[in-house]
Design a protein around this ligand. Structure first.
Ligand SMILES: Nc1nc2c(ncn2[C@@H]2O[C@H](COP(=O)(O)OP(=O)(O)OP(=O)(O)O)[C@@H](O)[C@H]2O)c(=O)[nH]1
Length: 448
């Protein structure tokens, strides 16, 4: 029964029904206490503490997590001990013991990292970032989010390496099929050539008065060969284009970006203006209207972005609900004007999907490189790291807004990395100048 209620609690928790999830977790805990089975009790205590954290009852969450910690230590269960310590830290943050709680959560995440549990460590950083954001420790939240992005990128790289291998295998099969197709076309071409050769021989044999006729026939054969070659070249070009497009939105994908960015980077150093756009609360759109509606939103946002940009501007589907724009221009002022247009274009009018009107907003980070005022040039990975951090600040400050880097008191890349790791504080301390813009109307922004 305890396992059953645990599962029920987890399902309701995923659906966002905190109250029913809490009741189920409590029942799971009651049954686990009756059975006296330690592993079951540790699991139930961990989940119940987690549920209380979500409900905001930090005192209760803390006492449940402390009970779980004692149990985990007694049974030498390192995983449960780490979870319990993390929950205790989160509860302390909720109880306004922010620095102590932060230390405990970070130590618990460190243990998970040492154990090689990178996905759960990444989740830990994200939860910490959200908890600190709730407690208005924005600097701490931005730093935690930075760690989360780094680690989740690493996890995603590992996952996507697997996915890439599978996709590669699929792509190879498709390519093989295409190559067979091309080979057939090649054979046809050769057959055409042989036929043309035959024709030539016969024509030479017939010679004499047939010279004019043979010339015409040879001309026709030559024309056919040229057409076949043109078809081959077109087919190769189509193959290359398909591999660099996102199939849902038709925008360029990351692979295309990698080759395009080489054109914009001088010896790996990046020049231009970058915007990172992340749709706000996109998970809610999927949860409320369904995955197909989420897809429709992505397609429409992609169309709107393209509609206000020039053909030569690069627009990339960067991740699930993230888009990256790269302009070959360096003016920060005009970047601000474009950021405002992007915010407004995404939000107005609401996107229609069947009978439903879906209100969509986005958060945007942007910066122009080399960085003002000292003209610091960055590798493109660092440039995107910086824009990603500024984008998260736009999220942390309420969403439906754009933050852009106008100037940074850094003389080299190391200085930029340092300021980026404490951006909120550096902004307030005057070491960084940010341009902050807001979407013109916040119709549906519900915050947290
Ligand atoms: N429909 C659809 N959903 C996707 C696609 N790719 C990713 N997603 C979903 O996008 C959601 C992203 O959610 P989160 O990363 O939590 O971010 P969010 O809800 O936008 O919240 P904030 O970014 O904090 O405002 C996840 O639920 C993904 O499943 C896609 O191609 N189609």
């Amino acid at each position: 029964m305890s396992i059953l209620y645990n599962s029920r609690g987890m399902i309701y928790s995923e659906l966002g029904d905190v109250r029913t999830a809490g009741e189920a977790m409590q029942l799971a805990l009651d049954y686990a206490r009756k059975t006296g089975v330690r592993s079951m009790l540790a699991l139930a205590l961990g989940n119940a503490a987690d549920s209380q954290l979500r409900k905001g009852d930090f005192q209760k969450a803390r006492s449940l997590a402390e009970e779980a910690l004692a149990l985990a230590q007694a049974s030498h269960d390192l995983d449960s001990e780490t979870l319990a310590r993390q929950n205790i830290g989160m509860a302390k943050i909720g109880l306004k013991q922010i620095e102590e709680g932060k230390r405990e959560v970070i130590a618990a995440i460190g243990v998970a990292e040492d154990q090689g549990q990178m996905a759960s460590a990444a989740d830990g950083w994200l939860e910490l970032a959200q908890q600190l954001e709730r407690m208005v420790d924005l600097d701490g939240a931005v730093q935690a989010y930075h760690h989360y992005r780094k680690l989740s990128d690493q996890v995603m790289r590992d996952d996507s390496r697997k996915a890439v291998l599978e996709t590669q295998a699929r792509f190879d099969n498709e390519r093989q099929a295409k190559e067979i197709d091309l080979l057939n076309q090649g054979n046809l071409l050769k057959a055409e050539q042989v036929r043309a050769g035959d024709l030539r021989l016969r024509l030479w044999a017939a010679l004499g008065g047939c010279v004019v006729l043979s010339g015409i026939l040879m001309g026709l054969a030559y024309q056919r060969i040229r057409n076949t070659n043109r078809a081959l070249a077109l087919s190769n070009e189509t193959l290359k284009l398909q591999g660099e497009r996102d199939p849902l939105t038709g925008l360029a994908n990351r692979r295309h970006f990698q080759s395009a960015v080489k054109r914009l980077a001088d010896k790996g150093r990046f020049g231009g203006t970058v915007f990172l756009i992340d749709i706000d609360h996109f998970k809610r759109i999927n949860d409320s209207y369904g995955h197909a509606a989420g897809d429709a939103v992505l397609v429409e946002v992609a169309r709107r972005l393209r509609s206000i940009l020039r053909d030569e501007d690069l627009v990339v589907r960067w991740g699930g609900e993230e888009f990256l724009i790269v302009l070959d221009a360096h003016q920060v002022a005009s970047a601000g004007i474009l950021a405002q247009r992007l915010l407004d274009k995404i939000a107005h009018p609401p996107i229609s999907h069947g009978e439903t009107l879906i209100t969509v907003t986005a958060s945007i980070g942007f910066a122009s490189f080399p960085l003002a005022p000292h003209g610091v040039v960055l590798a493109w990975e660092r440039a995107i790291d910086l824009v990603d951090t500024v984008m998260y600040m736009a999220k942390a400050h309420g969403r439906n807004r754009a933050f852009g880097v106008a100037a940074m008191a850094a003389l080299d890349e190391a200085g930029v990395v340092d300021l980026c790791s404490r951006l909120e504080a550096a902004w307030h301390g005057g070491e960084v100048t940010l341009q902050a813009l807001q979407g013109t109307s916040k119709t549906e922004e519900s915050g947290r």
